[in-house]
Design a protein around this ligand. Sequence first.
Ligand code: PLP
Length: 389
Amino acid sequence: MDLFDSDKVNFDLLKSRAFNLRWAELPDDVIPLTAADPDFQSAPEISEAIIDYCKGQYFSYGPSEGLIELKKSIASFFILKRNVPVKSDFVLPIDSTAFGIYLTCKTFLNNGDEAIIFDPVDFLFRYSIEKIGAKAIPFSIPPDTKKVDFQKLEHLITNKTKLICLCNPINPTGKVFTRDELLMLGSIAVKYNLIILSDEIWSDIVYHPAKFVSIASINEEIRNKTITVTGFSKSFGMAGLRIGVIIAHNEQHYNNILDYSMHKYTIHGANILSQIGAIAALEKCDYWLAGFVKHTKKMRDLLVREINAIPNLSCIAPDGCYVAFINIERTNKSSQEVYEILLNEAKVAVVPGLEKWFGKGAEGYIRICFSTSETILLESISRIKKCLI
Ligand SMILES: Cc1ncc(COP(=O)(O)O)c(C=O)c1O
């Protein structure tokens, strides 16, 4: 029995629970390969831990800086699996990785400052920067880039630049950065006294032989400039629990982040049940994650092979993430047009490469999420093949 067999997808529950452009928001005959969220149930240990907690029937305020056990679990994870000497005192559980991006921007950027983001990359970076009144400066990393020359990024730095947003692996291209690339990026941050916001939410979803390196593991100087942000939505299917963490690597950064978080005043804070679920995920669910990554790798290989057999489409196998960024330029249609054809004719929903989702560099591409079952993926591919694009 495999947890990721096709018969493990519970359509009835997905139809009522999976929002954000997915099953619950689309007509019954449409397959959503949109938001990057697994179609499989999460590990049973996560719900068991939450149920056990609920049985105590107290839902009092938790510690404003998060449950000590979760802070310690995160610190051990980073020490053992990421080679980063994290102090549990500097780990702040928060109510999502998305909030971690925003909170880091809020803490380190002022109105009129500039922050460098990749292009293409998830919209959360630009959105957070602009909400604060700062300016997002795109650094192009086209989907077929093997080795990024970060020296070129130096040309974008001005006296207003305060922050570099590193998304590793990159959603939507799946690029995983090498140690050399990260060293180059980190050295620039040190040279110009910039903060690195390292979003590592996808760091568990990396396919052999690619290897994830956390930028904070490179050296102390770079670590001191880094704020690490991560979460549980991608690795453990816990998006609806809205739980993530921010990790500072020195006391001053931690205190500044904590102050801006407003946790001390109970205006924000990580839900206690979500923290309990996150502890269970970290402590008990390695087996589930290993099985899940094995499955998504199989789905990646299947999807990339089939897409490359369609005359007008092409796709490079992503080294990380469970999304494929598919080149549609040979269709001579815009990504919005291809999105509409696929939605209306193939009844498959994808994410078009629009500036609002991923930046200007995404045009000419659509994004397909493949954290679904083999049956659903094969059905989607067969529908895409039959429609004329
Ligand atoms: C790069 C990146 N960061 C953050 C998030 C949001 O994560 P969370 O659900 O923890 O807010 C996503 C979700 O797609 C993402 O791709």
